[in-house]
Design a protein around this ligand. Structure first.
Ligand SMILES: Cc1cc2nc3c(=O)[nH]c(=O)nc-3n(C[C@H](O)[C@H](O)[C@H](O)COP(=O)(O)O)c2cc1C
Length: 191
């Protein structure tokens, strides 16, 4: 099974990226191939001026096409997800997330904006035709310590919530993968 991860914070070090890194490690330990991207892997001009010919963008799109899922992390900025991440999502093709399971992760200064994933990020993921967007993991900053180095220290309640979400993600990925394999097997071949 293959997952693409996108770290959507414009800043480094980053709490949301630290949460993502722990999730990546967990998935790798459970036999999932994770291919990771950060916003910083893309040229700022390409994102800002919507350069659809960006080589990095083309690589991401082609990796996404063969992935079973997407793990996406963002900070909450002004009650929504990071605008810089939106500039990247804007450049993906309309069906980029078709047949994929998505697990969103978000960090924020306070719990006041814990619905940001639901009202801001999920509609965009749905517009990209995600098959299934799982219940995301929202974490307040105070629950993530030592995020400047790996591994960050998570509050025990957050640790449990993250592992629960990753287990659900793993099961959903398994279903997706099996379905994709079956579909490929029954694809008619023309001589
Ligand atoms: C420009 C900016 C806007 C922010 N807006 C909010 C906000 O509206 N609500 C909130 O709870 N936290 C807000 N925060 C705090 C961040 O969401 C929080 O610190 C987050 O964990 C940062 O993630 P990162 O370290 O991955 O960039 C904001 C931070 C910045 C820099």
């Amino acid at each position: 099974m293959k997952v693409i991860s996108i770290a959507g914070s414009p800043r480094q070090p980053s709490r949301s990226t630290a949460l993502l890194a722990l999730s990546q490690q967990w998935l790798t330990e459970h036999g999932v191939e994770v291919i990771s991207y950060r916003l910083q892997d893309f040229t700022a001009e390409d994102l800002l001026f919507a350069n659809f010919d960006s080589p990095q963008l083309k690589t991401l799109i082609s990796e996404l096409a063969s992935a079973d899922g997407l793990l996406i992390a963002t900070p909450v900025y002004k009650a929504s997800f990071a605008g810089a991440l939106k500039t990247l999502l804007d450049l993906l093709p309309e069906r980029a997330l078709e047949h994929k399971v998505v697990l969103p992760l978000a960090t924020a200064g306070s719990s006041g904006h814990m619905l940001a994933i639901d009202y801001a990020l999920k509609p965009v993921l749905n517009a990209l035709k995600a098959q299934e967007v799982l219940q995301g993991v929202f974490a307040e900053d105070r629950l993530i310590g030592q995020y400047q180095r790996f591994p960050a220290e998570l509050d025990s309640t957050l640790q449990v919530r993250l592992e629960d979400a990753l287990e659900t993600f793993l099961v959903a990925l398994g279903h997706r993968h099996a379905l994709t394999q079956a579909r490929a097997k029954h694809q008619p071949t023309y001589a």
